[in-house]
Design a protein around this ligand. Structure first.
Ligand code: AMP
Length: 996
């Protein structure tokens, strides 16, 4: 037993310190051995027997204390071993050993110098099972963990309780021993605790991580996968790392609560009744939308209340809704065989915004008679924009049968109408159609085809809408449509078309005509004539051919001579224009054999013009010629003028795949009558038939929505008269002639089509940014209605007197020749920069003076050649007036040879209007004179140049005027001409020619 003198004293110390040293362990430490929990002897092995000693005592509270002590400090060469029992590893790879001990300072003990030590060693040894008690033989297999020295605790006290911890790993065997080696120190082991560390199970990001033993060495991390909590599902695999210190690091991934559950304190709880959650996620349960409910907890969705529905595309969060009530206030307006239906939205839209309408149409026979679906039978009723799925509260129904009763039902629907299985509610309206043009001719067949003729057969249209008066047969060579085509008329449903070329493909179309107008042309039918058989000539045939050729040549030369006379500027020959309203350039011939009136038409670059008033339904005409444009493609930007029917606006039109183009929009003001609409759209129907750079181009019409609009190209400089007034004197003569040439070219084109304008005036010419003039204003009735310059004549018509030829004023003989008269007035307007023709003369005086032979004088600075042309346009005999094509030729020559524009002397002029010559004798000052000739802006220039009296002025030449700073050529000429005139008046000479 303890033989050393200091041992008893050391024990007392040890006991009192032991009470302090039993601190608790961390929760992440798992003990493999803890001597403080052993009641009684620890039962460890010692070797040799006089070394370590188990001491059992009582502390001051009478609790038993167990220690192992050794203190052989006075004996040399000590080697005392103390070994624990076998400690199973329990999966730990790294263990920690916490030892509490006292180690006595050798200096505190007398007489131990040389033998007393102040260190002891700790060893371990791994084995798979308990190795028995053979400690002596095993000591050399122990592996040293560490050596502890006396001053480890800081050495402040002679005897103190030390607590030391050492880690060991990796361990591989199933268990191990620890051993303490004393080599002559005075030691008391008060407790030994062996433990490993773990990461304690946690719940993080809705995933559970269970306990995990830490890694084998101090720096390794153990990857741990978490498991989602109940009612949760993985978003990204939840993972964390367990550090050697037993701490969780780097949480990755997460779980989310499943549908019907929401997160609540690291777990997922079910949605309450009245709430729902449709999909798994972070979101909370939502309250059931309007008109829906949930009956149990954890609802994924909320079914609709009874009589409420959800459409298949509705999200679960959408409120439940109902089908709409019926549309209200249906208004129908019948127009021939079409009807316009408009209505108001249902009062109850069912809580939805996807309202749509469908229209059911029934054709009814007589009062109280049976009805059948409109589309049964052969009639092709058309719905615009469509029959079902209408989003706007209107529809136009076309192609109805004339004089027939129809019943329409307008059904209101939304996306839950079909789901509900409830019948759609509707509003109904009954109408009776009126007169209309016939429908399209169908099924054209060829009965007979020879080398030069084709016989066609067809059926009456399905809807003749009246008695068919005749059929128009239109045909042309397939590859030659642009150049020419021919028409033929037939009273019955067959026709023989002769005079065709052999072996040539022709296109045929037929349309019917009743007193209500023309129907649509049928689809194209292509027929090829038979091939010509090779000719065999005998002498007689050759003789006949020669004779025919010679007579043909003679006839050809005669025609050429006639045409030369006719197209030259001789005015000797001119056809009556009147008959060419529809068939300009045509040669009518009566074929007694076929009994058809056969008109061959051959145009260089155009077809004939069709008066839209021959159509009963203006919409039909406008749609036959003009393109319907969706209102959504139009953007109105500003108002630029006003016409009879409404405002004229500037806007932009979007074309698919192209840049927006600027357009002018003529609108039809609200509250229009049917007649106004007809007249308004008639202009578009006319314009749509034209295609010429000097005629305003129609882009299309908007008739399917309001406002109804006519869309034309935009002309930046507006109307010609105001444009000239804005730029008074600013153009060269050649520029002015260029403007006139454009107008004449446009009129040539129109007159070739047989179109008579009747209101040709500078105000009806538009000018674009390139100074190109285009003829506009084609509303026939508007000539009478909206032109402020039009006045009533004695015959009751309203006519723009100052621009109109005498024969048209007197007995309404309008023709292309009367248009030529008007063109002469336009020339005068252009050359005088927008002066009012006949100034302030009354209409009555204008008619009278023109009747008496007076004509407008040349405007100031107007070349004689141009005034001569004007005078030709104003020939009393309309057959003496030039044709527009001739006017173009004359102007082209003048442009090519501008020296012909220098002379101001008019030759062979008729008597001039004396009133046109300003009388400068009434002018008292230079300022007054300048005002008279509308050059008042140069008053300061003249004053600064020292020209204070008219006496000074009449001595001026063109150079003087230039030097005053009058830079514009037109103004120089105007002033110079007036100076010359004044000089002549002062010198009491006759007025030099006509150039006032
Ligand atoms: P209108 O109805 O043709 O008499 O047009 C009235 C006014 O609108 C004209 O005098 C022009 O100033 C203007 N206007 C009409 N059409 C166009 C257009 N295509 N481009 C520019 N301005 C136009």
């Amino acid at each position: 037993m303890a033989s050393d003198p200091g041992l008893a004293a050391m024990l007392l110390w040890t006991i009192s310190l032991q009470a302090v040293g039993t601190a608790g362990t961390n929760s992440n430490e798992v003990n493999l051995l803890d001597t403080t929990t052993i009641t009684g002897d620890w039962g460890w092995l010692t070797y040799p027997s006089h070394g370590w000693d188990a001491i059992n005592e009582m502390d001051e509270y009478f609790s038993p204390i167990h220690t192992y002590q050794v203190c052989n400090v006075m004996s040399p060469s000590q080697n005392n071993w103390l070994r624990t029992g076998w400690i199973p590893r329990e999966g730990a790879r790294r263990i920690y050993i916490e030892v509490k001990f006292t180690l006595r300072d050798c200096n505190s003990m007398p007489g131990v110098l040389g033998t007393c030590k102040e260190t002891f060693n700790l060893y371990y040894y791994e084995s798979d099972r308990a190795a028995g008690s053979a400690i002596r033989t095993a000591v050399n297999q122990f592996i040293k963990i560490d050596t502890w020295e006396w001053d480890l605790g800081g050495g402040r006290r002679r005897l103190q309780l030390n607590t030391e911890v050492r880690g060991v790993g990796p361990l591989n065997r199933r268990g191990f021993y620890l051993a303490f080696q004393d080599i002559g120190a005075c030691i008391a082991l008060t407790s030994v605790r062996v433990y490993y560390k773990r990461c304690v199970g946690v719940s993080r990001n809705l995933a559970v991580f269970t306990d995990v033993v830490t890694g084998a060495d101090s720096s390794s991390l153990v990857e741990v996968r978490g498991q989602c909590v109940d009612h949760a599902e993985e978003r990204d695999t939840p993972k964390m790392y367990c550090s050697a210190e037993g701490e969780w690091l780097v949480p990755i991934g997460r779980c989310v609560c499943s549908a019907g559950f929401e997160e609540h304190r690291d777990s997922c709880v079910a949605c309450e009744v009245g709430f729902y959650k449709p999909v798994a996620g972070d979101g909370l349960c939502g309250k059931c939308p309007q008109h829906s409910h949930s009956e149990a907890r954890a609802a994924l969705n909320c079914p609709c209340d009874s009589n409420y529905y959800r459409a298949t595309d509705d999200p679960p969060a959408a409120p439940c809704s109902r089908p709409p009530s019926a549309p209200v206030n249906v208004i129908s307006s019948v127009n021939g065989t079409s009807v316009n239906l408009e209505w108001d939205r249902p009062l109850d839209t069912g809580g939805r915004s996807d309202l749509q309408y469908s229209v059911l149409c029934q054709k009814c026979s007589g009062e109280g008679g049976s009805c059948e679906d409109c589309r049964s039978g052969t009639a092709a009723v058309r719905f615009i924009p469509r029959q079902t799925g209408l989003t706007e509260p209107w529809v136009t129904v076309l192609n109805l049968v004339a004089h027939t009763n129809y019943s329409f039902r307008i059904l209101a629907m939304n996306a839950v109408t079909h789901v509900s299985n409830e019948p759609s509610l509707y509003a109904s309206v009954n109408i009776t159609t009126n007169q209309a043009a016939p429908s399209e001719v169908l099924a054209i067949r060829q009965e007979n085809t020879s080398q030069n003729s084709v016989t066609l057969l067809w059926h009456e249209p399905n809807q003749p809408n009246g008695v068919i008066l005749e059929y128009d047969i239109k045909y042309y060579e397939k590859d030659n449509e642009e150049q020419s085509y021919s028409t033929l008329k037939s009273k019955n449903t067959s026709a023989r078309v002769s005079g065709l070329k052999p072996g040539t493909k022709y296109i045929f179309q037929v349309r019917a005509r009743t007193s209500a107008g023309c129907g649509r042309f049928s689809q194209n039918v292509e027929i090829q004539t038979g091939k010509a058989a090779p000719l065999r000539y005998n002498t007689m045939t050759i003789l006949w051919i020669c004779m025919a050729l010679v007579s043909g040549l003679v006839a050809f030369l005669a025609i050429i001579i006639c045409r030369k006379r006719h197209c030259g500027y001789s005015k000797a020959f001119q056809d009556s224009d009147e008959e060419k309203m529809h068939y300009q350039n045509g040669h009518g011939m009566f074929d007694p054999f076929l009994n058809y009136y056969h008109i061959l038409v051959s145009f260089p670059d155009a077809r004939f013009y069709i008066d839209p008033h021959t159509y009963e339904d203006p919409c039909q005409a406008v749609h036959e010629f003009a393109r319907e444009i969706e209102a959504s493609r139009i953007k109105i930007e500003k108002i630029i003028g006003s016409g009879e029917f409404g405002e004229v606006c500037y806007g932009r039109m979007r074309l698919p795949g192209k840049r927006d183009i600027p357009v002018a929009l003529k609108t039809l003001k609200a509250g229009y009558t049917e007649k106004q609409k007809r007249d308004f759209l008639a202009e578009a129907s006319i314009m749509a038939q034209f295609d010429h750079p000097n005629v305003i181009r129609l882009e299309g019409v908007v008739t399917q929505s309001k406002p109804v609009m006519i869309i034309t190209e935009y002309m930046e400089n507006g109307s010609l008269d105001s444009f000239l007034r804005r730029h008074d004197g600013q153009f060269t003569i050649i520029q002015l002639v260029g403007l006139l040439r454009g107008i004449a070219a446009g009129m040539t084109y129109l007159s070739d089509l047989g179109y008579i304008h009747r209101d040709l005036a500078a105000r009806n010419i538009l000018v674009n940014s390139n100074l190109v003039c285009k003829v506009s204003d084609f509303g026939l009735s508007r000539v009478l209605e909206d032109d402020p310059d039009a006045a009533y004549t004695t015959s009751g018509g309203k006519i723009p007197i100052r621009w109109t030829a005498p024969e048209a004023i007197a007995y309404r003989k309008f023709s292309s020749s009367s248009d030529v008269w008007s063109y002469g007035v336009v020339m005068w307007e252009v050359m005088s920069y927008g002066e009012r023709p006949y100034w302030n003369l009354t209409n009555r005086d204008v008619i009278k003076s023109v009747e008496e032979g007076y004509r407008l004088p040349a405007p100031m600075g107007c070349p004689a050649a141009l005034h001569t042309l004007m005078l030709d346009c104003w020939q009393k005999d309309r057959n003496e007036r030039p044709r527009f094509c001739q006017i173009v030729t004359v102007l082209d020559k003048l442009i090519r040879n501008p020296e012909n524009l220098k002379s101001m002397d008019t030759l062979c002029s008729p008597p001039l209007m004396e009133r046109a010559i300003p009388d400068f004798s009434s002018c008292n000052s230079v300022d007054e004179w300048l005002d008279t000739i509308k050059m008042g802006r140069y008053k300061d220039h003249f004053a600064a140049g020292g020209y204070h009296t008219l006496g000074h002025v009449i001595g001026m030449n063109q150079g003087d005027i230039q030097r005053l700073g009058v830079t514009l050529m037109g103004h120089q000429k105007k002033i110079m001409t007036s100076v010359q005139l004044m000089r002549a008046q002062v010198l009491n000479k006759s007025v030099p020619s006509v150039h006032v």
